[in-house]
Design a protein around this ligand. Structure first.
Ligand code: SF4
Length: 249
């Protein structure tokens, strides 16, 4: 699969985000593909780009049951406004919540395990129906992503040699590119951005950011954790977890 990824990156090296999405969503060069979106601060740019190619693209939205009410309302607003036809809300199975987080305390006692139970495991289940997924990751976001390509192989930790392809259409976009795209297309902003939340996750783990602070400093503030762990390609170094074996720090 790595060979296919290398060939695709070579073929689309000088192409745009839209050209990559046309190939993936219109020409279906990789088969069934889903977009995974948090409907966060910048998500609407990629959702809009995808919708311009195909409004029926499956959009997987992980509802951890700890999201801000503003995010749930914003998701509905974007879905209606852009005419999205295939939104899939992903949640942890109630038996997994009962087994691992019966009292809802895992977010405080072991946030890595909480993210595994409420994000990584449900997403992994949902993605089993797809050959790959579209992400909004970009090179500028951190050092690990500095070499991020349009296509990336994501190995399956349980089956050596197997895995999925991740598509990163915005790999080469800057923060200004995203803002300009949102302005030019008059796309609605997540309401929490104006209240000091440039990066938005679950309510218990997201705080407002002051001027001059890193935009992601409000996520898991004062903790070692900085990512939820749903990405495990070579451009991400977060630990892979098993919800049945919570990772204790
Ligand atoms: S971000 Fe916080 S509340 Fe949300 S799943 Fe992770 S640890 Fe749990």
């Amino acid at each position: 699969m790595q060979l296919i990824v290398d060939q695709l990156n070579h073929r689309y090296k000088h192409h745009s985000a839209t050209a990559v999405l046309q190939a993936v969503l219109k020409e279906r060069i990789l088969g069934n593909i889903a977009l995974v979106s948090s409907f966060g601060a910048e998500s609407v740019a990629l959702i809009h780009l995808c919708a311009m190619v195909d409004r029926s693209v499956p959009i997987l939205f992980i509802d951890t049951q700890y999201l801000f009410t503003e995010t749930l309302v914003y998701q509905q607003e974007i879905t209606e406004r852009l005419g999205l036809r295939c939104l899939k809300i992903i949640q942890a199975r109630s038996k997994d919540i009962a087994l691992h987080d019966k009292y809802g305390a895992l977010k405080f006692t072991d946030p890595n395990a909480c993210c595994h139970v409420r994000k990584t495991a449900p997403l992994e289940d949902a993605l089993s129906n797809y050959a790959g997924w579209i992400t909004g990751r970009k090179r500028f976001q951190n050092a690990q992503r500095a070499q991020l390509e349009f296509f990336e192989f994501e190995p399956d930790p349980k089956i050596p040699g197997q895995g999925r392809i991740k598509i990163n259409p915005l790999a080469h976009w800057s923060s200004d590119d995203v803002r300009t795209y949102m302005d030019e297309n008059r796309l609605p902003r997540h309401p929490l951005v104006a209240r000091g939340f440039p990066s938005i996750g679950c309510a218990p783990c997201t705080s407002a950011v002051k001027d001059g602070e890193d935009p992601r400093s409000g996520r898991w503030r004062n903790q070692e954790k900085s990512e939820c762990g749903i990405h495990r390609g070579k451009s991400d170094t977060q630990p892979i977890g098993d919800p049945h074996e919570p990772a204790h720090k």
